[in-house]
Structures are given as structure tokens and as C-alpha cells.
Design a protein around this ligand. Structure first.
Ligand code: UD1
Length: 429
């Protein structure tokens, strides 16, 4: 089992290059299944979720391979299966996109519920209702296999009562080659929704309004191949912004779209952290002292839930009492238990966390509970006095490319180790 070992206290200083957006890339890679031709996708982050999807596409009869660093070539012309293998699908949430893409391509899809049967926690009812509105029928079979079929797909008006990134993307996929026009109301507006629409349009789709809450998809007969580059990762950029602030650092965050980071910049400015916006970069400077703030996570353009653990961690060092309200997910404060081990004074009641800031965290062994929580624990380790060991870093590897390498280049004292026999450890990074 691999772990991070961090010696806290170093200020992050220098420049960091942000990778392509993981959440966008996972959708674009699945979108290639709709395309009758060869797609070349650039700026793909090399993270484990991507490798899982590459394997899934190859299993389905497509051909996906990296032809250069971050350049993925996918040829789905020979795709022959509309059934995605459970043992792979369960590894990655974004495999729910296989439903919309395979339905669009074959008018049929058999895909296991991503991560097993967890309707209660991460439901996909909006995805399925959307497919139904387009003319499909579905059933959930034993073992949580979702079987979706359609004689044909036709355009429809779909109002989503909850803003859902995944459902918006899945409905765009299925509607791209449906007959007639589909209107998605109360659509998600995240940067990767726009990226997916731009990708599909560049392959011949007709999608308008992505980035607003009404998306109109006029179905086309077929999509053709082409080249496309993934947008920069808003969440990775935000994580580095918060890490820079947390360590009293001075970091230029490069290769980003500053507009995507407005909600994070605004919150850091409110806390007294300096932000300088440049064309495609941001400079974050902090004295290491900052004010309390209240944060409410919301769908874009609100403060992203995927940066909630990181900002909460930062707030443990702010002067005064802060409140973080999680409005997107039911249960996204599991990691707080780990922060408490490090001395954080945080209480949680349902979707609300109250942070009594001001104390310094102390290094301790902790365990990642998910991807973004793992990144937050790394930030906590950088802030803490002494040594922090972070276990379960496989979660972090799902979404951050070269995380420890990038942090080390900024001066962080972080290494990746493999736990060997007692007393032995091997530094592999
Ligand atoms: C995506 C992101 C994830 C992020 C989330 C919210 C990817 C690969 N993942 O996840 O990192 O945290 O957006 O920004 O892009 N919901 C329903 N029914 C549904 C679908 C969703 O009730 O059918 C609810 C969910 O329980 C949740 C809310 O809608 O409370 C938002 O979920 P959604 O936007 O769908 O998240 P994902 O697309 O899974």
C-alpha cells in the first residue's frame, strides 16, 4: 500500500502547470464512443480514472491508446459491444456516461450501476428519466445492472428538478443523434459541460446553450472524428490555490482559465489572500494569516463542492469561526474525522460544519476517504507541524496528475512510499 509522507511547514513557492480537467476528460473519452471515426484528444491528464476508461473502451471493441504524453487516440468505428464489464465500471463513477453514449450509438446499453447499487447515495434517476423522455425503456436487473433499450430516440423537453452534471452530459450524449430537438432545462453549467458540448459540436453535433441553464440539442445523423484539447482542470487549479494560501506561499498557477476560478478567487480574497489575475494564470500570495469565511457549495458558478474539503482545511488556520455548508452532496464531511486527528476543531451537523480556526494542525497518520478529501489531507499535512502520513492515496491518484511531483517542485517536503515489511520503506517518487 502506498502512502504520502509529508513534513509540514514549507512555504509553496514558484510556478505550477495545471493539467487537463479530469472530469472533462472522462466525459470526452466516453463521448468518442458516439463517433464513427478517429478522435484525438489532447491534454488528457494521466490519472488512474483515465486508464480505467481506456481499458473499458478496448474491452468494448474500440481502440484507445496514448500516442504521446497526454494525447489519446480513440477509434470506436469497430465498437461491437453495448455491455460494459461490471468489474471495470465499478471502479469509476464516470462510467455512468457509458449509458448515454452506448444508448446513442446502439440504441441499447447494459451497464452496471457505477460503484455498485447506491441509488441512495449517488442516484442516477435523472439520467434514466432523461433517457425515458427520449424514448428509451430501462430496467434494473439483479446485481444492479441497468439495461436500457430504445427502438429509436427522439427529441424531448426535459426539465431537471436537481442540477446534475452527470445527467446533463448523459442526456446530451443520447440526444446528439436522436431525431429532432431536445431541450434540457435547469441544466448544469460547469466548465466541463461546455467542454463536452464543444467537443461534440466539433465532431458534427448541433448543441447550443451549454454554459447556460437551457441547452438545445438538435439531433444529427452521425458524428465524425477529429482533434480536440481538454480544458484546464478547475479543481486541480483551485487545490493548488488553496495549498499556496495555506502554506503562506507565493505561487503562479499556469495554464488555467481564470474565469472558471472566480468563486475560489473571491473567497480567498475575502479571507485576505492576494490574488493577481493574468491572461491564463493566477498568482496567489499569502502571509499565512487569514480571516474566517463562510462557504456554501453550489452548482457552477457557485463554490464547487469538489473544493469543499480543501477550503475547510484552510479555514482551520483562519482567525475566528467559519461555517461551511455542503449543498450538493449528503455526506461529504467524512474526512473531518481525519482532520480532527490532526487537532482541527471542527464540528459537523448534517450538511453544516463549524470550524473554530486559529490553531496549528499537528502531523499524524490519516487516511484518504475519497479523492478531494485526500487532496485536503495533503494540504493539512503541508500546514501541520511535524510529519503526516496519508494512507489510501489511490484515491488521490484517481484525479491528480503528478501531484507530489508538482508539490515538490514548489518546495513541499512530500514523498510517496510503499509500506514494506516492518521497518522497511522504499521511496519510489
Ligand atoms: C460530478 C463530478 C463530481 C462533482 C459533482 C458535483 C464528474 C465526473 N464528477 O459528479 O466530481 O462533485 O459533479 O459538482 O464530473 N442527483 C440526483 N439524481 C441524479 C443525479 C444526481 O438526485 O440522477 C443529485 C446527486 O445526489 C447530488 C446532485 O444531484 O446531490 C449533484 O450530482 P451530479 O451533478 O449529478 O454529480 P456527478 O455528475 O455524479
Amino acid at each position: 500500500m502506498e502512502k504520502y509522507v509529508i513534513l509540514g511547514g514549507a512555504k509553496l513557492e514558484g510556478e505550477v502547470e495545471i493539467s487537463g480537467a479530469k472530469n472533462s476528460a472522462v466525459a470526452l473519452i466516453v463521448a468518442t464512443l458516439l463517433v464513427d471515426g478517429v478522435c484525438v484528444i489532447e491534454n488528457v491528464p494521466l490519472v488512474s480514472d483515465i486508464y480505467v476508461l481506456v481499458d473499458i473502451i478496448n474491452k468494448l471493441g474500440g481502440r484507445a491508446e496514448f500516442v504521446d504524453k497526454g494525447v489519446l487516440k480513440v477509434d470506436s468505428t469497430q465498437l461491437e459491444h453495448c455491455e460494459a464489464p461490471y468489474e471495470m465500471v465499478r471502479k469509476i463513477r464516470a462510467s455512468s456516461y457509458l449509458m448515454g453514449a452506448l444508448l446513442g450509438r446502439f440504441r441499447q446499453a447494459r451497464v452496471a450501476m457505477p460503484g455498485g447499487c447506491d441509488f441512495g447515495v449517488r442516484p442516477i434517476d435523472l439520467h434514466l428519466k432523461g433517457f425515458e423522455a427520449l424514448g428509451a425503456k430501462y430496467s434494473v436487473e439483479a446485481g444492479g445492472i441497468v439495461n436500457i433499450t430504445a427502438d429509436d430516440l427522439h427529441g424531448a423537453s426535459i426539465y431537471m428538478d436537481t442540477v446534475s452534471v452527470g445527467a446533463t452530459i448523459n442526456i446530451m450524449f443520447a440526444a446528439a443523434t436522436a431525431k429532432g430537438q431536445t431541450i434540457i432545462e435547469n441544466a448544469a453549467k460547469e466548465p466541463h459541460i461546455v467542454d463536452v458540448a464543444n467537443f461534440l459540436n466539433s465532431m458534427g453535433a448541433n448543441i447550443k446553450g451549454a454554459g447556460t441553464d437551457v441547452i438545445k440539442v438538435k439531433g444529427v445523423d452521425a458524428l465524425h472524428g477529429g482533434n480536440y484539447a481538454v480544458i484546464p482542470d478547475q479543481i486541480e487549479a483551485g487545490t493548488f490555490m488553496i495549498a499556496a494560501a495555506a502554506t503562506g506561499g507565493d505561487v503562479l498557477i499556469k495554464n488555467i482559465i481564470p474565469k472558471h476560478l472566480d468563486s475560489i478567487s473571491a473567497k480567498l480574497l475575502e479571507m485576505g489572500i492576494e490574488i493577481e489575475e493574468l491572461d491564463d494564470s493566477l498568482r496567489v500570495r499569502s502571509s499565512g494569516e487569514f480571516k474566517k469565511a463562510n462557504v456554501k457549495t453550489m452548482p457552477h458558478p457557485g463554490f464547487p463542492t469538489d473544493l469543499q474539503p480543501q477550503i475547510l482545511t484552510l479555514l482551520t488556520a483562519a482567525t475566528g469561526t467559519s461555517i461551511v455548508t455542503e449543498n450538493v452532496w449528503d455526506n461529504r464531511f467524512k474526512y473531518v474525522e481525519e482532520l480532527r486527528r490532526m487537532g482541527a476543531n471542527v464540528s459537523v451537523d448534517g450538511r453544516i460544519a463549524v470550524i473554530e480556526g486559529g490553531g496549528r494542525l499537528t502531523g499524524s497518520p490519516v487516511s484518504s476517504t475519497d479523492l478531494r478529501a485526500g487532496a485536503a489531507l495533503v494540504i493539512a499535512g503541508l500546514m501541520a507541524e511535524g510529519v503526516t502520513e496519508i494512507y489510501n492515496i489511490k484515491y488521490i491518484d484517481r484525479g491528480y496528475e503528478d501531484f507530489e511531483k508538482k508539490l515538490r517542485s514548489l518546495g513541499a517536503q512530500i514523498t510517496r512510499r510503499v509500506d514494506g515489511e516492518k521497518g522497511k520503506s522504499v521511496v519510489i517518487a
